[in-house]
Design a protein around this ligand. Structure first.
Ligand code: SF4
Ligand SMILES: [Zn+2]
Ligand SMILES: [Zn+2]
Length: 319
């Protein structure tokens, strides 16, 4: 019987069989290929320019630490960039974020990276747990994630602006990208998809409000980031947010649906990513000439109500 060997170096110690491509890969070639994938994504999608100030959003989980680990490796060598700064948003989630922050802090200390923690409590006056407690019996309360994601996005952007960042690096992997794209389609958020167009020109009217976001892990499935982080012995925080389990959020169901489809069509996440890349360009060209309103409170772009979601949520937690 023929024994299988690594497609790249012919070693017999196979660790991965990539169903979507048919490849068999040994440990060494696997980690090398993941790192190559990250570098190639950065260069193909022009995510970094020489001398860029990179700010990385890190939670202490596997994705963000794998991202930061790779950015550290390539930023000086390839882009002669300024020192990276890492930001962690402390939403104030009992028994979860307080723990994952320790991993983020330890990692930054070990790699000599400046690390800034921005908390909901200090910036908004309440932790996420307090917001949930305050709002949970009110008619406008949906899920903790609605508040959390809106506040976190704004605080990350504002902190990155204060740090004069050229790019804000996020740890979203292929699975996250596929899930978000499908969610945005289900809710007909075409304008949002347009705004995520990767090659859009910087410094257009609307862009001046936002630091450019980059997602160098976007072509790597979640399970491969797990394996990579374990093989590289990155000390990440392994648990999930408790709110993700508690709330019957649609996002979780969409993820389950994608996982189910993957069993029959292993390449489905790549199809969704490619669909997103193509569609975001079409939507971007479609919406680019249309005007936008600005929020009466904070001046950020917003819908027709004259108040952005961040300000309306903020108002709601202070009432
Ligand atoms: S799962 Fe929801 S509540 Fe938890 S960190 Fe993510 S967005 Fe926030
Ligand atoms: Zn090999
Ligand atoms: Zn606003």
């Amino acid at each position: 019987m023929k024994t299988a060997s690594c497609d790249y170096c012919k070693s017999k110690t196979i660790v991965v069989h990539r169903k979507y491509s048919g490849e068999l890969i040994c440990t060494n070639c696997f980690t090398t290929r993941i790192e190559k994938n990250i570098s190639q994504t950065i260069s193909k999608y022009k995510m970094l320019k020489p001398h860029d100030k990179i700010v990385a959003a890190i939670s202490g989980g596997k994705d963000s630490l794998a991202l930061l680990y790779n950015l550290i490796k390539i930023q000086e060598k390839n882009y002669r960039s300024k020192p990276i700064t890492a930001i962690t948003i402390d939403e104030g989630i009992y028994n979860y974020r307080s723990e994952s922050i320790k991993n983020a802090t330890e990692f930054c200390k070990k790699h000599d990276i400046e690390h800034i923690v921005v908390s909901f409590k200090e910036q908004l006056g309440k932790t996420l747990d307090e917001i949930v407690e305050f709002k949970k019996n009110t008619p406008e309360y949906k899920y903790a994630c609605n508040f959390c994601a809106t506040f976190r996005r704004r605080l990350l952007n504002e902190t990155a602006k204060l740090l004069k960042a050229d790019v804000l690096a996020m740890g979203h992997n292929l699975t996250d990208m596929a899930e978000t794209f499908l969610m945005n389609i289900l809710f007909k958020r075409f304008r949002l998809i347009a705004n995520q167009y990767i090659f859009k020109e910087e410094r257009t009217e609307i862009e001046k409000f936002f630091v450019k976001r980059i997602t160098p892990l976007m072509k790597i499935p979640e399970e491969e980031i797990y394996l990579y982080s374990n093989l590289k012995k990155l000390e990440y925080y392994p648990s999930h947010c408790p709110y993700r389990e508690q709330d019957p959020i649609l996002r979780k169901r969409v993820l389950d649906f994608i996982q189910e489809c993957k069993k029959l069509s292993p390449e489905i996440e790549f199809n969704l990513l490619n669909g997103f890349l193509e569609m975001s360009e079409i939507f971007f060209n479609n919406y680019s000439s249309s005007s936008y309103r600005t929020c009466n409170e904070c001046g950020y772009p917003c819908g027709n109500t004259g108040m952005c979601l961040y300000c309306s949520y903020l108002k709601g937690i202070k009432e």
